[in-house]
Ligand binder design. Structure first.
Ligand code: PEP
Ligand code: MN
Length: 362
């Protein structure tokens, strides 16, 4: 679908567009104190969750609409614009009634087309900017579907928030960034304002800076970061929130590069491309590591059932399939075959190790 999107920000003047504020509005004092301190950090938009989607019941589920009055007070006292998450049509009506400037859809909403459609219906005929977080699972189609639903309701100012994707296993991230997905989205819709939620990607404080810098290096328009006056005491997402002071340091340390190729003589362009390559390479090795773990599990199975490591028929099938997929991606047969042979060789070595270990332990 063709989208005629109006950017949420002025890319010349407002990059990086800074959205910050607590995960949840907890008390009026906490909301006001954070807002006043963030105003001094020159943020562009103040965030606070009023209704919180929590994994388990009996967790803090947000203060509800009383918090919208606090956000109104933020607007009045600081002049900051404010945003909150809406997950159903009642949230939309309440937020509009309280003059919230920007709405956002959370990851658990984007994942469900029924919920997105209900919000789109509630927004019919309303003129308000909407930010759409990626769905929990790594499905670009689902993300695009949500953008299209909101667009069809007549909303023209649409942006997206990349908050990473749920992925099994222990990685260093709370939600794996899988940068290639937002990169594909940017390529498809260059006018879409794209924000990186480094807080929900990291899930911890010590990596917020690196992920924020990476997002800017990948030409994201801005950041959404959770900030709390006393992070350890936060009622939600305590581990990833930072104080307004630390937030200020983070922003100061960002290296803001040029957004586009205004001066072809500079080396900025090539640097950005190299950064992208580095990130992709890191992802390739992460995936290869995972593949080896699976190969080892198969090795244990082969040992238990006394099956030979090399299965020529299976190997032939893998190779044929890979060559086919490779062709679709513009990769030569020669390259695919040699690449896969190297991987296969390494898998066999890992499986041999597994067999040896089990023999030793007998
Ligand atoms: C949040 O922004 O606090 C939130 C609940 O985020 P997400 O939808 O990304 O989980
Ligand atoms: Mn949060």
């Amino acid at each position: 679908m063709e989208l005629n999107i109006t950017p949420l920000i002025d890319r010349e003047k407002e990059r990086p567009f800074l959205i910050a504020g607590p995960c949840s509005a907890e008390t009026e004092e906490q909301v006001m104190e954070t807002a006043h301190q963030l105003k001094e950090q020159n943020i562009h938009l103040y965030r606070a969750g009023i209704w919180k989607p929590r994994t388990r019941p009996n967790s803090f589920e947000g203060v509800g609409k009383v918090g919208l009055k606090w956000l109104k007070r933020v607007k009045k006292e600081t002049g900051l614009k404010v945003t909150t998450e809406v997950a159903n049509k009642d949230h939309v009506f309440e937020a509009l009634k309280h003059d919230i400037d920007v709405l956002w859809l959370g990851a658990r909403t984007t994942v469900n087309p029924f919920s997105v459609q209900a919000i789109a219906d509630a927004l019919e005929g309303v003129d308000i900017p909407v930010l759409i977080k990626n769905p929990i699972n790594a499905d670009l189609g689902l993300w695009i579907g949500a953008i299209e639903r909101i667009y069809k309701a007549g909303i023209k100012q649409i942006g997206v928030i990349h908050r990473g994707f749920s992925s099994p296993g222990n990685t260093m991230y709370r939600n794996a960034p899988m940068w290639q997905i937002p990169i594909d989205l940017m390529a498809k819709y260059p006018d879409l304002t794209i924000i990186c939620d480094n807080s929900h990607i990291c899930g911890r404080r010590d990596t917020l800076q690196t992920v924020a810098q990476r997002a800017l290096d990948l030409n994201f328009d801005g950041l959404m970061t959770e900030v709390h006056p006393s992070p350890d005491d936060a009622l939600s997402d305590a581990k990833q929130q930072i104080t307004p002071f630390i937030y200020g340091e983070l922003v100061k340390d960002l290296n803001v590069r040029k957004a586009n190729f205004q001066n072809p003589a500079t080396l900025t362009d090539i640097k950005d491309l190299r950064h992208e390559i580095d990130i992709i390479d890191a992802e390739i090795f992460e995936i290869l590591g995972k593949r080896m773990k699976v190969a080892e599990a198969i090795g244990r199975y082969k040992k238990a059932n006394n099956i030979a490591i090399l299965q020529p028929t299976r190997w032939g099938e893998i190779l044929m399939k890979a060559v086919e997929i490779g062709k679709e991606k513009g990769l030569s047969e020669e390259f695919v075959a040699s690449f896969l042979k190297a991987i296969h060789h390494e898998s066999i070595k890992h499986q041999e190790e597994v067999l040896k270990e089990q023999v030793k332990s007998k």
